[in-house]
Design a binder for this molecule. Structure first.
Ligand code: HEC
Length: 169
């Protein structure tokens, strides 16, 4: 009798898994590969940003402050995934084809606020030039480039990070 219930439970778990693809599977895809964009979640469960004015304000702020390095469409520098002659990374794509969607809001804002020069990178800090709301608008704009599947996976991870108050990457 015990074996029967074991198989029954295993069967149920397997069914549950195939109905709900593991979000970790999408995190494991190679950054910058087009396959990341093709991942399907059964039902995108998260509402996208609908505040158009905020997104457009973010676009303007991005053009003024970030596009010179990250590209006008947040596409990043060519070869952003290969360190330059100085051993430092070029500005990456923020449009969903690189790693940006692996980071919760708290980490994205910290990167923008503090930059990366202090930790050996090349991005200047923006904390004295941009307010929290400015940073959120910029994030909303570059996230508007992310496919639903990527955004959905990110949003679940972000909600988890908020719950756990994760402050480290
Ligand atoms: C002078 C060039 C430069 C400017 C201007 C710049 N960045 Fe960056 N940014 C970089 C570089 C280079 C990196 C990669 C980290 C490093 O320095 O090694 C980076 C990394 C990032 C990351 C982390 C991405 C990831 O996938 O982990 C975010 C987010 C980001 N920048 C947002 C912005 C925003 C928003 C602005 C404008 C307010 C901005 N950056 C302006 C050069 C720049």
């Amino acid at each position: 009798m015990k074996m029967t219930s074991f198989f029954l439970i295993t069967g149920l778990l397997l069914t549950a898994c195939s109905d709900n693809p593991d979000p970790k599977a999408s995190l494991a895809t190679t950054p910058n590969s087009q396959s990341a964009v093709k991942i399907k979640t059964a039902q995108p469960s998260v509402a996208r940003e609908r505040d158009f004015a905020k997104v457009m304000r973010g676009r303007k702020l991005f053009t003024q402050n970030c596009a010179s390095c990250h590209g006008s469409q947040a596409q990043g520098a060519p070869q952003w995934s290969t360190p330059g002659a100085d051993g430092k990374y070029p500005p990456p794509a923020l449009n969903g084809t690189a790693h940006t969607w692996h980071h919760p809001t708290i980490v994205l804002k910290r990167t923008i606020r503090e930059g990366t020069i202090a930790i050996g990178g090349k991005m200047p800090p923006w904390g004295d030039k941009l307010s929290d709301a400015d940073m959120e608008a910029i994030i909303a704009w570059f996230q508007s480039h992310w496919p639903d599947e990527i955004y959905d996976t990110w949003a679940r991870m972000d909600a988890e990070a908020r719950r756990n108050q994760i402050t480290q990457q």
